[in-house]
Design a protein around this ligand. Sequence first.
Ligand code: PLP
Length: 394
Amino acid sequence: MTDTYDYYKETLQTLRERGDLRRLPDVEHTGRRITASGRTMLNLSSNDYLGLATDTVLQQEFLDGVGGEDRLLSSSSSRLLTGNFTACTGLEHLLAGLFRREAALVFSSGYHMNTGILPALTDAHTLILADKLVHASIIDGIRLSAARCIRFRHQDYAQLERLLEQYHGQYPRIFIVTESIFSMDGDIAPLARLVELKRRYPGVMLYVDEAHAIGVRGRTGLGIAEEQDCIGGVDLLCGTFGKALASVGAYVVCDEVIRQFLINRMRTLIFTTALPPLNVAWTRYVVERLAGMTDRRERLADISTLLREAIRSSGMDCVSDSHIIPYIIGASPDAMLKADALQRHGFYVLPVRPPTVPEGTSRLRFSLTADMERPEIDELVRCLRDDAKNGDGI
Ligand SMILES: *Cc1c(COP(=O)(O)O)cnc(C)c1O
């Protein structure tokens, strides 16, 4: 007799044999160091890009000053019922003001944001044109929508233009969907060019996810759209609070009509408990101080340049133009061996494997943070140089 669970057991066994089995790592954190399997290492795999999640002084300052409703640890309701606390509407006003846009709307997470916006704003008369490498949460949003979707080759804007040319007469609404800094390659979309492109066709809207850029890029930390001076041209400018901002949640800045439409139709906003006021108050505290964090942004930019140039000078390709720096290895088992070797040298770097990245492009993904020290990066560069020289001898 076969066991009901045989299918799951066999699938897991296949993953194990391919070296693709995932497990939840047991880890402990001490500032920017992480302890796993008895080893304490520099954490090169976190999204704490500005080093705010490890800044206990800043967090204590916030906790000392927070009072009233903002101290609550649960909102106990959806925002459409009793969960719409002033911390949240205050944060939205703050964001709309900073971005100089009509409106902003806050969500429980980036996953809620990306799985909710496209299903709400699209229907069978909508075409979605999405970059091949957009985040899984955007893909899931596309799957939940009634729209037709075509994915264009990564950053192939000539192909995108051909698609717009071909389809703009057939669909009243078309969405171009992209990230600004891409999660796995760290390369950057030319948003100003996309704004210019979408303006040439009627009914085309631009949806940009700045999850990896908010806080990190732009003169006041508002992301790549600020850096490329095109905030006003992006219809849905999205980002998340769980990475550089060291909090939780996500936002879109947009026109008021879009905000109102989302409040009426977006299921991942309507049918979920709002974020706890305390978390939202912390996000607001960080957002208020973002413009003043230029030192952290510059430091991150400097060490990122250092690592990217070291990888290039060792003869490897590196498409990154940011603090997310992939080191492409190829086969999953090799990537796992190399990650393990670097961990033994005190660098907590993780292999990224299919299905997160395409088959045959398993990699190490270095994610730098502003609180890393220059000598630490120098040591990492030495390890990678040795690897390039000696094959897998990291
Ligand atoms: C991390 C990430 C998300 C998900 O955000 P969460 O707040 O962690 O749910 C969405 N989009 C991109 C591009 C991301 O990197």
